[in-house]
Design a binder for this molecule. Structure first.
Ligand SMILES: *Cc1c(COP(=O)(O)O)cnc(C)c1O
Length: 407
């Protein structure tokens, strides 16, 4: 374990003055440039090692540079790089079938898949599908406050964070918001213009807030009563991270539409929108499309990801490592609360600003995210070891203690 500050980590010219930086300032200035990764470790241009407890925001669930994925993509790259979706390619049927089986928790769920390139796009597909299913006049989608569904104009309006809307008004119509985990407030939003309710099983960007069982089961029952779709955004929670294949499986409900992306390609850009077959059948040829959706490089990666996750039983790994990480954190004197599911956790820190703690942890070689002013978000790869857990918890304790004493 290194505690040397990783200073001067940026490569020459990366951000040497705003005038010369070629990158738009949609993110704050980066303090580190990573050049290599392996498993749970990252390395900067100066050879400093970092332990990755963020996984590119729940993307590299199998760790960096996973050999099975590197091999699958490299082989595909040398054989066939791209054809139009007017034609079939080799992996997309297999990947869609594996997604359907994961949705069914090991047996076929009987749905169909639309492939795209990101989380926001998978949600756009779900929103369009809901409108197509609902028909004219029945187009509204009920989302939750504090949710996050993406940054395109429609998914930004689905995102229940009004502060993010203001600069970009007018936003596409058709979204309503209810208080998180408040079934009565969801019910108040429902009328004959509503096509779907759209929720995350654990609000990731909103601070790692898990749904309650009663909330998800109540929403399912309301949707059934009224013939409304229950759509679940599993972009961050999907594919093993919460300790189940999908977050909704913790709550004993089956949604009608499920979106996913992040972990599906382990870093190769790919998203997917799954829907019950009779709902999927509302889409007709020409209703929706994307050039790259389901193209061979992306699906070769997704196939290797899903095969590897099955072989190692990734959900069970996440559940047990998540429990060990939670226990270790709860034993730390600087931790007030740990919430989340599996390996998607928020840690409430005692006495120090989580964003300052996260910045200092990065300097010392641990990658985390300050998800609220008081909480760190941890999303390590699902293959994390007990040694890595002990190392990370020791660093979090050390840095939080130092910053709490200094404040
Ligand atoms: C990250 C995220 C998105 C957006 O995904 P992009 O690939 O960044 O477009 C949507 N929903 C949830 C829950 C997410 O965590």
């Amino acid at each position: 374990m290194t505690t040397t500050p990783h200073t001067a980590a940026l490569a020459e010219g990366a951000t040497d003055g705003l005038e010369r930086c070629p990158i738009m300032p949609t993110y704050g200035p980066p303090s580190v440039q990573f050049v290599r990764g392996s498993g749970a470790e990252l390395f900067d241009a100066h050879g400093n090692r970092y332990l990755d407890f963020l996984s590119g925001l729940a993307v590299t669930s199998l760790g960096h540079s996973h050999p099975a994925i590197a091999e699958a993509v490299t082989e595909q790259l040398g054989r066939l790089q791209h054809v139009s979706n007017l034609y079939a390619t080799e992996h997309n049927g297999a990947v869609a079938t594996m997604i359907d089986t994961a949705i069914g928790d090991g047996s076929p769920a009987g749905g169909q898949v639309f492939f795209c390139n990101s989380g926001a796009e998978s949600n756009e597909a779900a929103i369009k599908l809901a409108r197509r299913f609902g028909g004219h006049g029945r187009h509204n989608v009920v989302c939750a406050f504090q949710s996050f569904h993406g940054r395109t104009l429609a998914t930004l309006h689905a995102t229940g964070q009004p502060a993010k809307w203001e600069t970009f008004q007018p936003l596409p119509e058709g979204f309503r918001h209810a208080v998180w985990n408040d079934l009565a407030d969801i019910e108040r939003q429902l009328d004959e213009t509503v096509a779907a309710v759209f929720l995350e099983p654990v609000q990731g960007e909103g601070g790692v807030n898990p749904a309650t069982i009663e909330f998800f089961q109540g929403v399912r029952a309301l949707c059934d009563e009224r013939g409304i779709l229950f759509m679940v955004d599993e972009v961050q929670t999907g594919l093993g991270r919460t300790g189940r294949w999908f977050g909704f499986q913790h709550f004993g409900v089956t949604p009608d539409v499920v979106t996913m992306a992040k972990a599906l390609g382990n870093g190769m850009p790919i998203g997917a929108c799954w829907a019950r077959a009779d709902v999927a059948a509302s889409f007709q040829p020409g209703d929706h499309a994307t050039t790259y959706g389901g193209q061979p490089l992306a699906t070769s990666a997704a196939r290797a990801v899903l095969e590897t996750m099955r072989a190692i039983d990734a959900p069970t790994l996440a559940a047990s490592a998540g429990q060990r990480l939670t226990d270790a954190l709860m034993a730390s004197p600087v931790v007030d609360e740990v919430r989340g599911l599996g390996l998607l956790l928020a840690v409430e820190l005692r006495g120090a600003d989580a964003r300052l703690v996260s910045a200092e942890l990065l300097r010392r070689g641990l990658v985390t995210n300050g998800v609220t002013p008081t909480a760190l978000r941890l999303a390590p790869p699902l293959i994390i070891t007990d040694e890595h857990i002990a190392e990370a918890v020791a660093m979090i304790t050390e840095v939080t203690t130092e910053l709490a004493e200094a404040s």
